[in-house]
Write a protein that binds this ligand. Structure first.
Ligand code: SAM
Length: 202
């Protein structure tokens, strides 16, 4: 299913894992509710989530809350050479970090909230998204922001697209069922904390 097995054509200047974890942890102490976790996701969770994507077909991908780019790096490795990745991040330190670490021309990092996904795609004359992949900690966000993001995401997806997200508790499940036509749930224990992950069809 992988469209782009090599990193040829992509450009990355990734700082060491230690520097990434350190930047992430420092930001956790500044904004614990916005991050929801003290360290980035494990490679096991990244693989479990991204194995659900049809990489051959996907042309418009969106990532919410990339942090230091743990998912971003693997999305760029797998995605089609003609696909576009829009990355939305509210934390200025992470935006600056991502812009220095990744210079892949298929990707744009935007300092904005996931709530604005529809206008962001429209401004770029992009069609609806094939996949939205989220690292946002919904359980620690204010309820109205969570609601706005879920509703905007459902509207921003193609009819055969999907919203992929993980959470550390299943409390979001009723919100997902209310907003999306179908919700598949799975569990990845090899992560700190163990994660519930979901595949939602619009
Ligand atoms: C737990 S971190 C996830 C980092 C990374 N995706 C991972 O899995 O390791 C959550 C990220 O969501 C970002 N975030 C929180 N609210 C957001 C929003 N409304 N729009 C976009 N990003 C947001 C935070 O700044 C943070 O970088």
């Amino acid at each position: 299913m992988e469209a782009n097995k090599s990193t040829k054509g992509t450009s990355q200047h990734l700082p060491s894992m230690c520097q990434q974890v350190s930047l992430f942890a420092r930001n956790f102490f500044k904004h614990p509710k916005m991050l929801g976790s003290i360290i980035p996701s494990s490679p096991f969770l990244v693989k479990s989530m991204l194995d659900q994507v049809n990489w051959e077909q996907a042309r418009v991908l969106v990532e919410y809350g990339p942090g230091v780019g743990t998912f971003t790096q693997e999305i760029l490795r797998r995605m089609h050479p003609e696909a576009t990745l829009i990355v939305l991040e509210t934390n200025e330190d992470f935006v600056e970090f991502l812009n220095q670490a990744f210079t892949d021309p298929r990707m744009e990092v935007i300092h904005d909230s996931a709530e604005n996904i529809q206008s962001i795609l429209t401004q770029r004359e992009l069609s609806d998204a094939d996949y939205v992949i989220s690292g946002i900690p919904f359980s620690t966000l204010p309820g109205d922001i969570k609601e706005n993001i879920l509703r905007a995401t459902q509207k921003a997806l193609k009819a055969d697209g999907a919203f992929l997200l993980y959470q550390f508790s299943p409390t979001i499940l009723p919100d997902l069922h209310r907003t999306f036509s179908s919700v598949d749930r799975s569990f990845q224990p090899l992560n700190l904390l163990p994660a519930h992950y979901y595949y939602c069809a619009p």
